[in-house]
Structures are given as C-alpha cells and as structure tokens.
Design a protein around this ligand. Structure first.
Ligand SMILES: NC(=O)c1ccc[n+]([C@@H]2O[C@H](COP(=O)([O-])OP(=O)(O)OC[C@H]3O[C@@H](n4cnc5c(N)ncnc54)[C@H](O)[C@@H]3O)[C@@H](O)[C@H]2O)c1
Ligand SMILES: [Zn+2]
Length: 346
C-alpha cells in the first residue's frame, strides 16, 4: 500500500515472516531504536546481530516520550557518518513511534526512517498519518510534528507476545474503523470477533489492511488535520478524557472503545442513530473492554473537565464527532453525555 503525502509518499508492507528483519539489520547507515520489552523478548531470535554502538533501547513509558530521549537518540546517531543519508530503524508501539518520528524529523532536518509497528494499535492505526507527539512536563502530546516514516513493515507475528491488555487496546481501534464503516462493518466484526480475540493471523492481517484502507483517504485528503481528517477523532474526545482521568491506567485503544459507547449513546439520546445499531455496537465493544475500575474516578464532572482541556476543543460548547443515520460521521456541538462505569461492563 502506498500512502500519498505532501512530504514524501510512503509505503506499508505486510510481511509474512520475520525474514525482513535480517535485511533491515544489514542496511548501510542504519541506526536502531528498539522497545525494551520487545528487545528482551526477541533479542536472540532477531536482534543479536545489531552492533552495540548502533542501538538504543528505550522503555515504552509515557515518562520517556520526551525531548530528552529524542536528543539522546540524535546524539547517539552522530556515530553514523552518512548524516542526511542516515536511516533510523525503529521497532515498537506508539510510544517508540512518537519518539523516533520526532528524532528522524529534526536530526539534520530529516533523515530516512523505517518503522516497524509491533503493537496492534500502532500497526492498524497510528503508523500511517505522520503524526509525532511528545509529552512535556504534565502536558500529554503537547509537542508535535508531521513526519511519516518512508517505509513501514508490519508483521503480525509480533502481536503474539502482546499482553492481553495491549492486544485488546489495539482491537479497540480495529473495531472503531469497522463501526465507522457502517452496518456492514459492524456485521463483519460480530462475525469475526472470536477469531480476532484468538489472534488468528489471517483474520488479523485482513483487518489490518481494511483498517489502514479506511484511514488512508482521510489522511491523504487532509494530511495536516484541518478538515475531513477530524472525523477520525470519532470516540476520541471521550476516549482521551478516560485516559487522562485514569492517569493512563486505561490504555488508548480501550479508552477509545469506551468513548464509542458514550458517543453512540449521545447519538441515541439525540435521536440521530438507530437503537439496534447502538446496542449491537455496545455488545461487541464490551467484549474488548476489560478494565478494573477500582480507584479510577470517571464521574461526569471529571470527564467533562478533561474534555474541556482536550486540545481539539475549539469552543466553549462541548464538541465531538458522532455517528448519525446509517453510521455517517458529523461534528456535533453542545453535548450532554450521561454515563456511569456500568455501561462499559457486562
Ligand atoms: N502518533 C500517532 O498518530 C499516535 C496515535 C495513537 C497513539 N499514539 C501514542 O501511542 C502510545 C500508545 O501506543 P501503543 O498502544 O502502541 O503502546 P506502547 O508503545 O505504550 O506499547 C504498549 C506496551 O507493549 C509493549 N510491546 C510493544 N510491542 C510488543 C510486542 N510485540 N510484544 C510484547 N510487548 C510489546 C511495550 O513495551 C509496552 O509495554 C501513546 O503514547 C499514544 O499517545 C500516537
Ligand atoms: Zn486512537
């Protein structure tokens, strides 16, 4: 798949085995940044031939998604004599993507970047679109640029080692794209959810492709997020609020799954979405939301307060993307969400 970009068109390849990793390790002028958990799990099998001085291992913690980590990588990469022809090759989920995208963007005003998303969330969604974000002090994703990788390689073998928590978070985004497809997408998910939950490789590959194919026209038409791309923010207004209110105990894709339940209930309350579709979506979503809500404060005032602070809120009315009619997407104002944790649980 080729993604058109104002910066540089880029490619996404779905790999059927880990063979491509050997090819990447042999590349001239390459420097590697690898997620620590991933490195520990796959060191012997995949990474033992990477020269020590050409490797930085980063712990995937929000606390490490900072300009300091980016600067350390830039400094370490001065070992590569090629300068602007240097290539950063990074393996990991969204945290590693955000850090290495930023570094590849600013080092020598932009170097080559190959990215291997190793979480389902990064593979089915964030690896395309070109956003990079860093946290600063207590501000999540305050700093950012647009800089897509030029080469993305996805191998679903990596998802076998994800924890259930991280895997189901990725499924949140997969289910989101299908609910956004409309009734047909929802039926497909209802049919295939068991296979997805069992990490069936063929099913995962099919859904990876359809998820990326759904996102592609939005980011190609509006790469810099000024108009139609905003529709991809469906479920995220509430999702981001759940992430912050839980102090990131609820992972991104799970928070988005919860955000879909709330967004669709708001649509139902306004009489713009069919009740059957709302209930069927909820049935599917509840199967991928497994959160221990003890100690997490999701009361309505906390959530509304978190929504008001979201950087995408542009007016004092609460605004969000909602589904209407047969799952069309639109921007709606003056929301009055109602919920308690019970709506996310069986
Ligand atoms: N740039 C974007 O467009 C964009 C979009 C969405 C989210 N994000 C960011 O992405 C981050 C979340 O990303 P994420 O959900 O991919 O999680 P992550 O990068 O935090 O990784 C989750 C966990 O999975 C582990 N891991 C990674 N690959 C593994 C594998 N194959 N096997 C076992 N463990 C593995 C990591 O070590 C970590 O513990 C957030 O910081 C969010 O802000 C960015
Ligand atoms: Zn998301």
């Amino acid at each position: 798949m080729i993604i058109k970009s104002n910066l540089n068109d880029y490619s996404v390849t779905i790999e059927s085995s880990f063979e491509f990793v050997t090819e990447l390790i042999g590349l001239e002028n390459a420097y590697f940044v690898i997620d620590k958990n991933l490195y520990d799990l796959y060191e012997k099998r995949l990474f033992s031939n990477i020269a020590h001085e050409k490797l930085t291992i980063v712990e995937a913690l929000e606390a490490n998604k900072t300009i300091e980590t980016v600067l350390q990588i830039c400094e370490a990469m001065t070992i590569i004599p090629a300068k602007r022809n240097a290539r950063l090759v990074s393996f990991g989920g969204g945290i590693i993507q955000d850090i290495t995208g930023f570094a590849a963007n600013i080092l020598y005003r932009g170097i080559h970047w190959t990215y291997i998303p190793t979480t389902l969330l990064a593979a089915c969604d964030s690896c395309i679109g070109g956003k990079t974000s860093l946290n600063y002090k207590h501000y999540k994703n305050l700093l950012g640029t647009f800089f897509p990788p030029e080469d993305i390689r996805i191998c679903s073998d990596f998802f076998k080692s994800l924890t259930e928590r991280d895997f189901q978070s990725g499924l949140g985004e997969v289910v989101k794209f299908n609910i956004m497809y409309g009734e047909r997408g929802l039926s497909r998910i209802e049919h295939d959810l068991d296979l997805l939950l069992n990490r069936d490789e063929n099913t995962l590959n099919t859904y990876l492709e359809t998820s990326l194919a759904f996102k592609k026209p939005f980011i190609e038409e509006d790469e810099f997020d000024k108009n139609v791309r905003i529709h991809l923010n469906y479920a995220h207004t509430f999702g981001h609020a759940f992430e912050t209110a839980s102090n990131y105990a609820i992972p991104h894709g799970t928070a988005v799954a919860m955000g879909m339940i709330v967004a669709n209930r708001v649509s139902l309350q306004r009489g713009i979405l069919d009740e059957e579709l709302v209930l069927r979506s909820e049935q599917a979503l509840k199967r991928i939301i497994h959160v221990d809500f003890t100690g997490i404060n999701l009361d309505i005032d906390t959530i509304i307060d978190a929504i008001r602070k979201d950087k995408k809120q542009t007016s004092s009315d609460l605004t969000a993307v909602l589904l209407y009619d047969d799952m069309k997407l639109g921007i709606f104002k003056d929301l009055k969400p109602k919920f308690g944790v019970k709506i996310f649980q069986y």
